[in-house]
Design a protein. Structure first.
Length: 313
């Protein structure tokens, strides 16, 4: 949630937030751990209460992404964070916001519905079933797993991912960010995910790194987020370059631009400057983002053709 938008929605919905302007929001958004980040996120997304609220949030994200030269995004939303809001209202807002983001800013959006991993196993399965019923309305193409990681291993929601596979959803999971490499193994083996979100602590398990490289499992790495949340003390300590050098499929991602005050350009710049990436390495990572997307093959081919024309120019 962008702070100014959160304040606007809070006023609209008769709510009070722990900040009141840009300066106090900056102080409030100063987090040092994933758990603290999630706590702040839960507070700010509580301002989303109607379809119009969700619409406005998606349009705002589309505007910001267009400014960062993003033409396609796979955006996560977590119904479990707003259990008091009917899923139908959420989806209505996502659908209309997606259309306006495309028409106004040229940004195409698909959605991944995340399971709040702190919820009971049965809730995850129920969410998958509920989302399946409305998936076409808002281009919901995948099921993910997020929120507090430590103490909530992916195996708790293996039944939900089994059902997601049966229903033809793409599957991904936050793992190996705040949690250990064993969570990555669980996501791969027990949840049968196609991508790993973050996965940066995989570097602690050489066997896992070899597996990721051999199977070419995409890692959606968010370096700035990892540093700000103290997964690594600084960018130079980050595992991203080691994972690249080991042959893993690494993509750079912006995690949560409103919360971390960054966008995808910052991610590429900071990693490239820190590790002195070559032009070829930058192009490889950028192309991997398209290759690892959940786009349909024909769409992916069109985007890759356009990307390759620019990359070669």
């Amino acid at each position: 949630m962008y702070p100014d938008l959160a304040l606007e929605l809070a006023e609209r919905n008769g709510m009070t937030l722990p900040f009141h302007d840009a300066d106090s929001a900056k102080d409030y958004y100063a987090f040092t751990s994933l758990d603290q980040f999630i706590s702040i996120l839960r507070t700010t997304v509580a301002t989303l209460n109607t379809a119009v609220d969700y619409h406005d949030a998606i349009v705002r994200i589309g505007k910001q992404q267009a400014g960062a030269n993003v033409s396609y995004q796979e955006l996560f939303f977590t119904p479990g964070l707003r259990p008091s809001v009917p899923l139908e209202a959420i989806v209505e807002g996502l659908a209309s916001g997606r259309e306006e983001a495309r028409s106004q800013y040229g940004v195409e959006t698909r959605f991944i519905a995340d399971i709040d991993r702190t919820l009971p196993t049965a809730d995850g399965v129920a969410m998958v079933e509920a989302v399946h019923a409305v998936r076409d309305q808002a281009a919901i193409i995948g099921i993910g797993l997020d929120c507090q990681e430590n103490g909530f291993p992916p195996s708790r929601h293996a039944p939900a991912f089994e059902r997601a596979a049966e229903l033809g959803f793409h599957r991904t999971a936050h793992a190996g960010e705040d949690g250990p490499p064993s969570y990555v193994w669980e996501a791969l083996k027990l949840c049968q995910v196609e991508r790993i979100d973050h996965g940066v602590r995989s570097i602690e398990d050489p066997e896992l790194v070899r597996y990721l490289a051999q199977k070419q499992v995409p890692l959606t790495v968010c370096p700035i987020s990892n540093v700000l949340l103290c997964v690594f003390p600084d960018m130079a300590s980050h595992s991203v370059k080691q994972l690249m050098d080991a042959g893993c499929v690494v993509t750079f991602n912006s995690d949560d631009p409103p919360m971390f005050d960054c966008d995808i350009r910052d991610e590429f710049r900071d990693v490239s400057d820190t590790f002195q990436l070559t032009a070829e390495e930058v192009i490889r990572v950028a192309r991997a983002g398209w290759e690892s997307s959940f786009l349909e093959p024909e769409e992916k081919a069109r985007y890759l053709t356009a990307f390759d024309l620019v990359a070669k120019s």
